[in-house]
Design a protein around this ligand. Structure first.
Ligand SMILES: *Cc1c(COP(=O)(O)O)cnc(C)c1O
Length: 370
């Protein structure tokens, strides 16, 4: 069997370090926030090349805090894409603001900057591009439009730890950015986790308070806040894993390169395209195919797991039908949702496994899995 990802293999590869980190927190009894989380915040900020990082309990909370600190609330509009994980849109809804969608670029599947300006209204408070699959959105035109129209930009970097755009790290370009440490993300906790990063001192102060009941000091609640704190054990585990992340990212990129080569001549699938000005970190390796469902079936028969990210765009989800969108509103997103197929990719994956997946696709499912 070739799994979609292998969290057990990752744990086995660094078990002594992880076990020691967890035991350290158990001994220190700093179960919520504490020294390990504070150290992780400093190290992750450095990793993103930003001034501040505020560790929280999920990526969704990270996006929620970033929006609140930017002043988003009821009556405001936040522009994002419909081709994303639903949490992007949920975080906007939590603030009471209205999500407004613009379609994605048909090649990168990230926000199409040429569609952005038409979606801006006097109520637009924030633009939230998503760095989908680990490749950053086209940030220069998005930032230019935001600055010219007086609208802030917040990055949904939940899939893009270590990704770069023209040499700049994900999270370092917008006013702030949210990352997720859901276990399957490129940097994953052993449970839930997330973080917000920013270069802005004022945003940082507000988000720190919001994360911990709106306190300026103990029992002085100056704003209405949340319990969005990160666990000490997750902070300690993430510190260990962060030290391995660059190595893991390079392993993902080399697996992707091998897939690219093996699938280059395929008549059945089109490999993903990496924009030349970006460093793709391949959280997801998604091919496109008109025969997506058939190929998924063939892979499954060959004992190869695959995934769909995402089969239904958010504007067509029942939960968000109140927004009033309909089928046909975002053709590039709808086409992508019907064609994408995510192949297994993880740092511990072997070249042989990549070869087996590619051969199975190229041979129409005739090849037996190793
Ligand atoms: C994972 C993810 C989130 C939410 O992160 P959680 O930690 O699961 O709350 C938000 N946006 C995108 C694009 C994601 O992939």
């Amino acid at each position: 069997m070739i799994p979609f990802l292998d969290l057990k293999a990752q744990y086995q590869s660094i078990k002594p370090e992880i076990d020691a980190a967890v035991l350290g927190v158990l001994g220190s009894a700093q179960y919520i926030l504490g020294d390990e989380v504070a150290a992780f915040e400093r190290e992750f900020a450095q990793f993103c090349n930003v001034k501040h990082a505020i560790a929280v309990n999920t990526g969704t909370s990270a996006l929620h805090l970033a929006l609140l600190a930017a002043g988003v609330g009821p009556g405001d509009e936040v522009i994002t894409v419909p081709f994303t994980f639903v949490a992007t849109v949920s975080a906007i809804c939590y603030t009471g603001a209205t999500p407004v969608f613009v379609d994605v670029d048909p090649v990168t599947f990230c926000m199409d900057p040429s569609k952005l300006e038409a979606a801006i209204t006097p109520r637009t408070k924030v633009i939230m591009p998503v760095h989908l699959y680990g490749q950053m959105a086209d940030m220069d035109p998005i930032m230019e439009i935001g600055e010219r129209r007086g609208v802030k930009v917040i990055e949904d970097a939940c899939q893009a730890h270590g990704a770069e755009y023209k040499g700049r790290r994900a999270g370092s370009i917008g006013l702030s950015a949210g990352f997720s440490f859901y276990p399957g993300k490129n940097l994953g906790a052993c449970g839930e986790g997330g973080i917000v990063v920013t270069n802005d001192d004022k945003q940082m102060e507000t988000m720190r308070m919001l994360r911990d009941w709106g306190q300026s000091e103990r029992y002085h609640h100056v704003i209405k806040g949340f319990n969005y704190r990160m666990d000490g054990i997750q902070g300690a585990i993430l510190r260990v894993k962060l030290r391995h992340l660059e190595h893991w990212t390079e392993a993902r990129r080399s697996r992707a390169k091998l897939y690219d080569a093996e699938l280059a001549g395929s008549t059945r699938v089109a490999p993903p395209i990496q924009a030349t000005d970006r460093r793709h970190v391949y959280h997801v390796y998604a091919v496109r195919s008109a025969d997506r469902d058939l190929i998924r079936e063939e892979l499954s028969r060959a004992n190869i797991q695959s995934g769909l990210h995402y089969p239904i765009p958010v504007h067509l989800q029942k939960a968000h039908e109140d927004l009033g969108y309909k089928s046909g509103d975002f053709p590039a997103s709808e086409k992508a949702a019907s064609e994408v197929l995510s192949l297994p990719i993880f740092p511990e994956m072997t070249d042989d496994q990549v070869q087996t997946v590619a051969d199975t696709i190229n041979s129409g499912g005739q090849r037996k899995a190793a």
